[in-house]
Design a protein around this ligand. Structure first.
Ligand SMILES: Cc1cc2nc3c(=O)[nH]c(=O)nc-3n(C[C@H](O)[C@H](O)[C@H](O)COP(=O)(O)OP(=O)(O)OC[C@H]3O[C@@H](n4cnc5c(N)ncnc54)[C@H](O)[C@@H]3O)c2cc1C
Length: 509
């Protein structure tokens, strides 16, 4: 039994016990469908009967109301049954968060109980032939005609295509470039299988996602009523974004339980495999490999549930959700690779459920936003955080005659704000950080005074070729540095010299 974290509610602890047992009891059946290459409908129906599809849905709409944490618990355990985990995840992603945040009460009452009962599976349709990571580049159009919308276009890589009854999709409702610039060109809709003109175009033969149909869908003059629009016209991008943190979290969490299963297989296998007169679990390399996977499993799991707790507390952990998705999908691929290596040739055969973990992991690194896209998000949103923007400055310590990271006032603080002193501040910084520019705020921190006066002095010094500037896209001075002429004008040559104690005077010139 996996660890139940101390911050979970009793209901969340209980659901892990229940769904964990369900996964244990149905492992063999999931393997049966893997070999049969069939979509596991009977298993899906059992999951629906247990009510697991409703784990994250509020009780008033027929769900269990166990939040993101409960959803992660169910994803973690159903993920051990391969296809089941993916079906559960996309069915939740196909409307749950979007309806809760943007749907009308009427729409919630219409759709959420169906999702909770698992009586129809759902698919989420963002990706198109020309819109992958650039998800806003949708070509599928929705045109208003009276009380209806006419849909034309295609979506691809849709998990659950064909077996799903409910499709949550995004279409273009404006071609105005100024609206497009503000991401106001997209609107979101729900459509059900069987609507005239809505058809399945192709099923992809994939490296992973065994037994889960993934394919292309086609809209040809499809008419849907305005009641199927979720959220205001032009707000589809916001609707998409509103569910993304949950989506990324759960897209990673679905793999966590599998790492645990692989660890159990490895412990069992290496206790029974003898080479060079010893069981292979006695080889340090094998132990190290298993230890690394245990660390990954525990770190990935802890991080996921920490992120789930933040969502349940009403926060939007943008960076952490991307980290959770990225690290766990990397971990699961690395687990597959390592487990195969530990098991040798046996790991490569399909008789052990190890090779499919490597394939699943590789797939995981692409779905729900590639890991490169996650890294872009992690970098961009972290770069805005105050914690990473606190100024860290090296300042010269005269007693030690070395630069130290310091918060103390510089020796220029309070001096008159004129060209000579500003040039001295900038030239002194060459002694401290020879290869770096200063920001205008660094200069201001060192000498004080008003930003506008400092900027005017920069412009004058630049004109005299005593400093060089680096300007931002708007043409404003973003960074400054002394030219060699500027350095010469500010201080004598000796000012910049520095030699370690052991350096002989005879070698100086
Ligand atoms: C098994 C599977 C299931 C899926 N299920 C669904 C689903 O249910 N619904 C759905 O809508 N979609 C689904 N997708 C689509 C998935 O979300 C996309 O495949 C994914 O977003 C990447 O888009 P793409 O494949 O077009 O690759 P591209 O966007 O063409 O990317 C190709 C490469 O370029 C890199 N790249 C792209 N842009 C940048 C950038 N700005 N900076 C750095 N690198 C960049 C990518 O990281 C990648 O390495 C699924 C995909 C798979 C494989």
């Amino acid at each position: 039994m996996s660890e139940r974290f101390f911050w979970w509610t009793d209901e969340q602890k209980e659901i892990l016990k229940r769904v964990g047992k369900f996964a244990d009891d149905h492992f063999e059946e999931a393997e049966y469908y893997f070999w049969k290459k069939k979509f596991p409908w009977p298993l899906v129906k059992k999951v629906a009967k247990e009510g697991y599809f409703g784990v994250g849905i509020p009780k008033k709409y027929g769900g269990m109301e166990l939040g993101a944490t409960g959803s992660c618990i169910v994803a973690e355990q159903l993920g051990r049954l391969y296809a089941l985990g993916h079906v559960f995840v996309v069915s939740m992603l196909a409307g749950l968060e979007q309806l809760l945040k943007y749907g009308t009460e009427e729409q919630r009452l219409q759709w959420l109980p169906k999702i909770a009962r698992g009586e129809q599976l759902g698919a989420v349709c963002i990706t198109e032939p020309f819109a992958g990571s650039d998800a806003a580049n949708v070509f599928t159009t929705a045109t208003k005609d009276g009380d209806e919308w006419i849909i034309n276009g295609k979506k691809r890589y849709i998990t659950g295509a064909g077996v799903s009854d409910r499709y949550f999709f995004y279409a273009k409702t404006s071609d105005d470039p100024s609206i497009r610039k503000e991401y106001g060109h997209i609107t979101s809709f729900l459509i059900e299988k069987g609507t005239p003109g809505f058809s399945l175009e192709r099923i992809n033969p994939l490296i992973g996602f065994d037994n889960v149909p993934n394919g292309y869908i086609d809209f040809e003059d499809v008419r849907i009523p305005d009641e199927n629009r979720v959220g205001p016209v032009g707000k589809g991008w916001d609707v998409m974004m509103s569910g993304l943190n949950f989506e990324r979290l759960i897209a990673g969490a679905v793999y966590v339980g599998t790492i645990h299963d692989i660890l159990k297989i490895l412990f069992n296998y290496t206790k029974r495999r003898v080479q060079f007169g010893r069981t292979t679990n006695r080889f340090p390399g094998i132990q190290n490999g298993i230890a690394e996977l245990i660390a990954k499993y525990r770190m990935g799991r802890l991080f996921s549930y920490n992120c789930a707790k933040q969502l349940d507390d009403g926060k939007e952990p943008m960076v952490d959700a991307s980290i959770a998705k990225m690290i766990i999908t990397e971990y699961i691929r690395e687990t597959g690779e390592k487990a195969i290596q530990i098991m040798g040739g046996d790991g490569l055969t399909r008789f052990y459920p190890v090779e499919r973990v490597l394939r699943e992991g590789k797939t995981g690194e692409i779905v729900a936003g590639t890991n490169e896209v996650q890294k872009m998000i992690i970098y961009r949103f972290s770069a805005m955080l105050p914690a990473y923007n606190e100024s860290i400055r090296l300042k010269w310590n005269d007693e030690l005659n070395v630069p130290l990271i310091s918060n103390k006032d510089s020796q220029f603080k309070g001096m008159d704000l004129n060209e000579e002193n500003i040039l001295k501040v900038i030239a002194h910084d060459y002694k401290v950080n020879p290869g770096l520019y200063m920001t205008p705020d660094d200069v201001r921190e060192d000498i004080g005074g008003s930003r506008s006066t400092i900027r005017k002095i920069f412009e004058s010094l630049e004109e005299k070729k005593l400093i060089v500037t680096h300007r931002d896209r708007q043409g404003k001075i973003a960074l400054v540095k002394g030219t060699y002429d500027g350095l010469k004008k500010a201080f004598s040559k000796e000012y910049y010299q520095w030699f370690p104690d052991w350096y002989d005077d005879v070698d100086k010139f």
